[in-house]
Design a protein around this ligand. Structure first.
Ligand code: ATP
Ligand code: MG
Length: 757
């Protein structure tokens, strides 16, 4: 080997270096957070290219997010510089699936220019099919069926392959038929859905051995990041590509010849026809997967942590490499995370150490707040303090368990004028359900808001199809009136068919009534009335899909956030202003995202708010997943803790306001599971801007205080008694008594009241 290690290898520890240099044969890097798994993968690509083992196009690298793919591309570019001709196949399973499918579209019954449907299109299509079958789409919601189909596709199952029981689970046994009809429709539309991006490539490769062989020969090196979260379909797809080719290798499959000798000592198949037989014997599958069983957090979406656990059975002779040095976090942070995750059973277990400097001896801070407003205020203060000490906002992140938690922070940042960006999803007020609800409110506040009116005139569906909406438009234009007024008039005329006419009459009457209530009813109450009477809340309640409960939570949070404003109009104005702030990629900004989107990322300072029973661990995960649900929540906590390099702040609130009522909450059991040696409880006064010391009404800056000032002080006092050091332990004891008693059948006592369930 080269006596002088190339630059890109310098700085790697011996195990990392082994993982990079063991280019031939199957390799599994199984290691904890921050140990350099992703760095190993990137360096490995650089190494393969720099030593001429393969052309870029002979490398297949799979990342978990598109963002990660972009980062890896640029890192590889930096490491190997100009030498890279073309690029590796580098992306998520889905983006690589698209690339493959575009090349062989006709074999999947599609044309090259096929479109990829989004969820809305998909659901519209399913609805048509369900109705065409004479089924009631309320009883058998298309959204739920979309999720079932997605589940099947994640398991790699075509209609013919789904189990009897599964097929019966929808529409009295029509599941299979409908699924098949849906796939046929997609073909006619020259379209596929997201799941097809996995399913079609699998079928295509299975049914066309010559093409499969072509790719098996093409991809000499396969690399996979976050392997613990691959689902069955992704696994099948990898297995297909990572098999030995069935026939002799052709000359075209050779490694690049000119100026790029393969490592003599390795088992690389140089593949001339004469050596084919013995070469096939020796030929290795050069696949390298990296992952961490403790960070498997997508079980609810079909990921199979078993894939990583049985790697060496799938690929006999695999080199399993463990990395133990964490290069990301301080000893306090790593100590806290390791101690927490040790509470999980079913894990491989691993040793981790760090030598990251920690001059401030900064322990993991646990902060108690009265409610989520104060939590956001406290986090905001901390961020401003760090900023004034010269820290960049780019180095800070807030990671939430549920998306509704973002709202309070986003509002706070707008007030403070702090830049933030939401990663991996829309900002709170940009979410579809929030926009729908806001559209109702806008029409009530301002009857001529046609854009808003059009958004919700048939939402939920009330039989006002395209034709009716066009008629509404025409009438409005002809009369020179807003659409709402046109609706009122059309409802009284006989120009419309009876069914849409009745629907319009209902809509017009509803808005007239709500507009009257606007003057007399408290606006939060009115908002709730509107969402209920319009059928909008019911639409989501009847929706059995996995994202529906989250949307309902967001709607509740929306109503809650209105309490901070004097009137509906004041609130609408606030939202308009919030929406006006831009998300600029290049801006120095705090990142806000869910814990699920934070996988693989790292920040100097991380804030983890809402560590309360019922929210985190999330009640739904406990209800639906039992013990394994809890363990997946704990892995999520581990992912959260291990994103931090230097500073880590956990927060819990002692109250959450739900439906306008205060309800007390209990600190998360995960706080209890942190080792005291690495944790420090923040002094209340210091973090609260003088709350407990009777800041009272003044701190509220004109917000409505449902308790009144005196009650609040009282509560503030009891708060500091209960939760200040070392009271948090006491608080946890309370929790243990209150809720652990019915562990296993957790009725969700405190939690159910909070309403996350
Ligand atoms: P996760 O499990 O969270 O995905 P990971 O194992 O993929 O973590 P990386 O993101 O690759 O870890 O590395 C964590 C941090 O440590 C990165 O900032 C990386 O640049 C740094 N790092 C990794 N190895 C070394 C090394 N040998 N020397 C210095 N820094 C390193
Ligand atoms: Mg990583």
């Amino acid at each position: 080997r080269n006596p002088q290690a190339p630059d890109y290898l310098a700085g790697l520890n011996p195990e990392q270096r082994r993982a990079v240099e063991t280019t031939e044969g199957p390799v599994l890097v199984l290691a904890g957070a921050g140990t350099g798994k992703t760095r190993v993968l990137t360096t490995r690509i650089a190494h393969i290219l720099a030593t001429g083992r393969a052309w870029p196009s002979q490398i297949l690298a799979v990342t978990f997010t598109n963002k990660a793919a972009r980062e890896m591309k640029s890192r590889v570019g930096l490491l190997v510089g100009e030498q890279v001709e073309g690029m590796p196949w580098l992306g998520t399973f889905h983006s690589i699936g698209v690339k493959l499918l575009r090349r062989h579209a006709e074999l999947a019954g599609l044309k090259r220019d096929f479109t990829i449907l989004d969820t809305d299109d998909q659901i519209r299509l399913l609805k048509q099919l369900i109705r065409a079958d004479g089924l009631d789409d309320k009883r058998w919601p298309p959204r739920q069926f979309a999720q079932m189909i997605d589940g099947w596709k994640n398991k790699g199952l075509s209609p013919a392959q789904i189990a009897e029981g599964d097929a019966r689970a929808f529409a009295n046994g029509k599941g299979r038929e409908l699924y098949a009809a849906y796939q046929e429709r997609l073909k006619t539309l020259n379209a596929c859905d997201f799941g097809d991006l996995l399913l079609h490539p699998i079928r295509l490769l299975r049914e066309n051995p010559d093409i499969l062989r072509e790719y098996q020969q093409k991809f000499r090196y396969i690399l996979v990041d976050e392997y613990q979260d691959t689902n069955t379909a992704q696994y099948m797809w990898l297995r297909l590509l990572a098999q030995r080719p069935q026939a002799q290798r052709s000359a075209s499959a050779q490694a690049p010849a000119a100026g790029a000798p393969a490592d003599e000592g390795s088992a690389v198949d140089r593949g001339s026809a004469g050596q084919a037989d013995s070469a096939r014997e020796n030929q290795q599958i050069n696949i390298c997967c990296v992952g961490d069983d403790d960070q498997s957090i997508y079980g609810w979406r079909g990921a199979e942590v078993d894939n990583i656990l049985r790697f060496d059975k799938d690929f006999p002779g695999a080199a399993v490499i463990r990395l133990e040095r964490n290069y990301r976090s301080t000893a306090h942070i790593l100590g806290a995370a390791s101690h927490l995750i040790a509470h999980n059973e079913g894990r491989l277990g691993k040793t981790l150490f760090t030598e990251q400097p920690d001059p401030d001896d900064a322990r993991v801070m646990v902060h108690a707040a009265w409610d989520s407003e104060e939590e956001a205020r406290g986090v905001g203060e901390e961020i401003e303090a760090l900023q004034s000490k010269g820290h960049a906002l780019n180095d800070m992140a807030i990671l939430v368990r549920a998306s509704f938690q973002m709202r309070e922070f986003e509002d706070r940042f707008v007030t403070l004028g702090l830049n933030y960006r939401v990663i991996g999803g829309p900002r709170f007020y940009e979410r579809a359900e929030i926009r729908d609800a806001m559209a109702y409110f806008r029409v009530v506040a301002q009857g001529a808001d046609d854009l808003a009116f059009e958004r919700i005139v048939n939402m939920p569906k009330r039989g006002l199809g395209e034709a009716s909406v066009r008629q509404l438009h025409d009438t409005a234009r002809a009369l020179g009136v807003p659409m709402l007024e046109a609706a009122r008039q059309l409802a009284e005329s006989d120009e419309m068919k009876p069914k849409p006419r009745a629907a319009l009459r209902q809509v017009a009457a509803n808005f007239a009534r709500w507009q009257e209530l606007l003057e007399t009813t408290p606006h939060t109450e009115l908002a709730e009335t509107i969402l209920e009477e319009s059928g909008y809340t019911d639409m989501w309640k009847n929706d059995r899909s996995a994202d529906a409960p989250g949307r309902l939570e967001n709607l509740k949070e929306l109503i809650r956030s209105m309490e901070d404003y004097e009137s509906l109009r004041g609130f609408l104005e606030h939202v308009a202003l919030v929406m006006d702030t831009e998300q600029d990629e290049n801006l120095d900004a705090v990142s806000v995202m869910t814990l699920h989107s934070a996988k693989g990322l790292e920040f100097e300072t991380v804030f983890l708010p809402g560590w309360e029973e019922g929210l985190f661990p999330h009640q739904r995960a406990l209800d639906e997943g039992g013990r394994s649900g809890l363990e997946e929540e704990r892995r999520l906590a581990y992912v959260g803790l291990t994103r931090a390099k230097k500073n880590l702040h956990l927060w819990f609130t002692s109250n959450r306001r739900v439906h306008g009522l205060w309800q007390s909450t209990i600190p998360s059991r995960f706080i209890d599971e942190l080792p005291e040696a690495h944790v420090e409880v923040a002094e209340t006064g210091q973090n609260y801007g003088g709350y407990a010391s009777g800041g009272g009404q003044g701190n509220y800056g004109g917000r409505r205080n449902p308790y009144g000032a005196s009650r609040f002080d009282e509560a503030g006092g009891s708060f500091s008694n209960t939760y200040a050091t070392p009271g948090w332990k006491r608080a946890q004891q309370n929790r243990t008594e209150a809720t652990d008693r019915n562990w296993g059948t957790r009725s969700g006592h405190a939690v159910e009241r909070i309403g996350y369930g």
